[in-house]
Ligand binder design. Structure first.
Ligand code: ADP
Ligand code: ZN
Ligand code: MG
Length: 477
């Protein structure tokens, strides 16, 4: 039987850091990249006798995430202790939510050309992160900076059917989290992590197969590769008459394969029980309303609007809306321009390029949107050429000067003065009598040559449209 007879069934568990300044239960900073154990205190080091104090902002961001993901927000939820021992967890338990999470249900809609694909969510809950073990040649070290950093875990239903779809889900989720300011979504810094659950079944079957879980995936590409590898492996097992074992695998990025972890490490008995040091978490309806009314337009809505209002392609819309910064900037460039596509092209090429090349956000790398608008207006009004606008833009990024001042300073203004252009045309016609005769004899192709000569005579700054009109008349005569 061929691999085509099977389908993959995939559910994702995403852990993402919430963008709070302090940790979930203490006042320590959440800043990434500090020296080892600089962001610690007795609470996040798990000293005996300390008490957790819940970070209100973390709750607000979790609610924001739930609203963005179409979840039901629980008016009352419970923190639980999840007991396990690991050197990066000095309390010997993690404060999490188990039976009563803050958000239930919901879904993420995947972008695509056809009918919208919905991936349903099981739940979103709040928990604290653990520290980090660092293994060296002859020793292991523990850094507790991450211990107590607030997380939400976003658990999907097994609604995903391919590696590609898993990638699309993760990108959409990350974009949403960034739009709403809940997370920076940086996979490479571990602030957006994903565990993948995979099973396969015969197409058309109604029951799910036995799943394996893959941990340790820190890039979208690895998620996709690991799924492809694991799906193929499970099909092989079934095809050779075996059974898929329910186990946890680790992705090995060097060998590009998954390896089972020792199952002993995963004898899961976490002994959950309600955290006695925290009361039930009550989210009042006013708080939910306030957060709901402060939600920005989400990526999906923005994509639909751009496609409808500006007639841009799915690709262009995707580039412009991937980051909220980019989309906001594009919209700030727009007012007063005749053609949205001019602004779209400019943002996608020039603006994103200076931002990427400098590694800085658009706000720091590019001139204010109003100045780019002024520059593009000059192009639309044929005061400057597109090339001149590029030159001006590059100068403006460095100098911070206005579009007007830069165009004046660099002498980029296009000459549309018909008298001056007509004089230049006369000169070229007089100097090129032979070619003029050829042109009049039927060699139409020479027209471009004359335009080029006039442009050269005018130092490259003449309005090409005016040159064309005047030359046509003069050469005809
Ligand atoms: P566990 O008890 O092993 O943690 P859960 O039921 O809590 O399993 O589900 C964990 C994740 O695994 C969820 O994202 C869920 O969608 C996914 N999942 C559950 N069953 C399957 C399956 N048969 N195949 C693929 N993914 C699954
Ligand atoms: Zn602390
Ligand atoms: Mg589970």
């Amino acid at each position: 039987m061929s691999h085509d007879a099977y389908e993959a069934v995939i559910g994702l568990e995403v852990h993402t850091h919430l963008l709070t300044r302090s940790k979930l239960f203490c006042g320590c900073s959440t800043e990434f990249g500090r020296g080892p154990n600089e962001n610690v205190c007795p609470v996040c080091m798990g000293m005996p006798g300390v008490l957790p104090v819940l970070n209100r902002h973390a709750v607000e961001l979790a609610v924001r995430t739930g609203i963005a993901a179409n979840c039901e927000i629980a008016p009352r939820s419970i923190f639980d202790r999840k007991s396990y021992f690991y050197p990066d967890l000095p309390k010997n338990y993690q404060i999490s939510q188990y039976e009563t999470p803050i958000c239930k249900g919901g879904y993420i809609e995947l972008p695509g050309d056809g009918a919208a694909r919905r991936v349903r969510l099981v739940r979103i809950h709040i928990e604290e992160d653990a520290g980090k073990n660092i293994h060296e040649a002859n020793s292991s070290l523990v850094d507790f900076n991450r211990s107590g950093v607030p997380l939400v875990e976003i658990v999907s239903e097994p609604d995903i059917r391919s590696a590609e779809e898993a990638g699309a889900y993760l990108r959409e989720l990350r974009d949403i989290l960034r739009y709403i300011g809940a997370s920076d979504g940086r996979m490479e810094e571990g602030s957006f992590r994903c565990d993948v659950n995979v099973s396969v079944r015969k197409k058309g079957a109604s029951e799910y197969g036995v799943k394996t879980e893959i941990k340790n995936l820190n890039s979208f590409r690895f998620v996709e590769k690991a799924i492809e590898h694991e799906v193929a492996r499970q099909i092989e097992v079934l095809e050779s008459g075996g059974k898929v074992a329910q186990e946890t695998h680790l992705w090995d990025p060097d060998r590009e394969e998954t390896r089972p972890m020792r199952s002993k490490e995963f004898a899961n008995d976490y002994r959950y029980f309600p955290e006695p040091d925290l009361p039930p978490l009550v989210v009042p309806p006013e708080m939910i309303d306030a957060i709901r009314s402060s939600m920005p337009e989400l990526p999906a809505a923005r994509r639909a609007r751009y496609a409808r209002d500006y007639g841009l392609s799915a690709y262009e819309v995707g580039v412009l809306t991937a980051e909220k910064d980019t989309a906001d900037y594009f919209e700030a460039v727009l007012p007063g321009l005749k053609n949205a596509r001019t602004a779209a092209n400019w943002v996608m090429t020039e603006v994103l390029r200076v931002s990427n090349e400098s590694g800085k956000p658009i706000a720091q790398a590019a001139p204010p949107a109003s100045e780019v608008r002024a520059l593009l207006k000059m192009v639309e009004d044929q005061q400057i050429s597109l090339n001149a606008a590029k030159t001006a833009f590059a100068a403006m990024c460095k100098s911070g000067k206005s579009a007007d001042a830069t165009v004046a300073e660099l002498g980029l203004a296009q000459v549309s003065d018909e008298g001056a252009i007509a004089a230049a045309c006369d000169k070229v016609i007089a100097a090129e009598a032979g070619k003029v005769a050829e042109y009049r004899g039927g060699r139409d192709k020479l027209f471009g040559f004359f335009v080029g000569q006039v442009m050269k005579a005018m130092g490259g700054k003449a309005n090409p449209k005016v040159i064309n009109e005047i030359l046509k008349k003069k050469l005809a005569g």
